[in-house]
Design a protein around this ligand. Structure first.
Ligand SMILES: [Zn+2]
Length: 335
């Protein structure tokens, strides 16, 4: 058993949308999704990041709508305070751990929720947001993703945008995030944007849910050079369980991608070889992905730990991957 920190899931958005649109009675405590509080307890979690995700094409008032999701997040925290508590600083995490409580860290997956306003960014900080994924799959006034996304169409996931990085506003956005103490997340961002983040920031940052491109040629994954630079900066990338980010299916094979534990371990081994053990974390993307998953939900996460042991990883290495590397970044940024 190893304690777990997961840097990315879409559970709050999914739950809120179900409740509003389908009048569902699912709660964070118990539901049929990948993540609920019971499953996190069974899986031996220390901390779960909860992202507020919104598609730019589906919401006209991104800031106002994000407040509704954040309010729902806090209602769930209040209703489940016997099990879980929100964290804003590293010390909060340690305190929860001592009290035997789960920690929840509030994040945004789409920088456009701040609607191009630094005063909204600062307001998010005051509301407890401690990590922001700069872009999702659309250009958003902060930067560009790697591929062109259109609802209903199959995107070219092998393209890489090495030209369009952060905008002028994007640069002031990341500078203000660093000053405030919000962790910069480069998952979804173009390759050019990744290098702009390196250029315009000084502190460690993360790719909260991205794998190794060398093991699966998908533009949501990191090139070897990006892995090296991220690691040199003290950052971490979180292993994403999305089948098509783990498993590249040769055209001739005509099968569906499968998120097997073996594939996860080959990505982890490659990340270790290129960036060292210190740059590896977890970012499951639970409740934001579907397809064939060997680890069916959060309650089964110790299967990954057992397989890492069998693959020859030491207990120190397993603790590094499962929680210590991410804790190191949180300790440095979340003061
Ligand atoms: Zn994502």
């Amino acid at each position: 058993m190893a304690k777990l920190i997961d840097m990315h899931c879409d559970t709050i958005t999914e739950l809120y949308d179900r409740r509003v649109k389908k009048a569902s009675t699912d709660t964070l405590r118990k539901n049929s999704l990948h993540i609920d509080l019971d499953k996190l307890k069974k899986g031996n979690y220390m901390l779960q990041n909860f992202a507020i995700f919104q598609s730019l094409k589906k919401h006209e008032n991104m800031f106002e709508d994000s407040i509704k999701y954040i309010d729902y997040f806090y209602q769930e925290m209040e209703a489940n305070k016997d099990l879980v508590s929100v964290v804003r600083t590293y010390d909060d995490i340690i305190k929860n751990e001592k009290e035997g409580k789960l920690s929840a860290l509030l994040t945004l997956e789409e920088g456009a929720e701040a609607e191009g306003k630094l005063e909204f960014l600062r307001t998010f900080y005051r509301l407890g947001v401690r990590m922001i994924t700069l872009t999702w799959n659309y250009e958003n006034g902060i930067g560009y993703p790697n591929f062109h996304y259109e609802e209903g169409k199959t995107p070219d996931m092998k393209s890489r945008n090495t030209i369009d990085g952060l905008t002028e506003f994007g640069i002031s956005f990341v500078e203000e995030m660093e000053r405030l103490g919000i962790i910069i997340d480069v998952s979804h961002l173009s390759d050019a944007g990744f290098y702009d983040v390196l250029r315009y920031t000084k502190k460690p940052f993360v790719a909260s849910h991205s794998n190794a491109l060398n093991c699966c040629n998908c533009c949501r994954n990191l090139t070897d050079d990006m892995i090296r630079r991220l690691s040199e900066r003290g950052g971490v990338t979180g292993i994403n369980f999305c089948p098509s980010f783990l498993d590249e299916v040769p055209i001739a094979e005509e099968r569906k991608a499968y998120a097997s534990i073996d594939k996860m371990i080959s990505h982890i081994k490659h990340l270790k070889k290129i960036g060292g053990i210190q740059c590896i974390g977890l970012g499951t993307d639970f409740d934001g992905i579907d397809g064939d998953l060997e680890i069916k939900d959060a309650s089964y996460m110790q299967m990954l730990v057992d397989s890492l042991e069998k693959a020859g990883f030491t207990s120190t290495e397993i603790d590094a991957i499962c929680h210590n590397n991410v804790l190191r970044v949180y300790k440095e940024i979340l003061r």
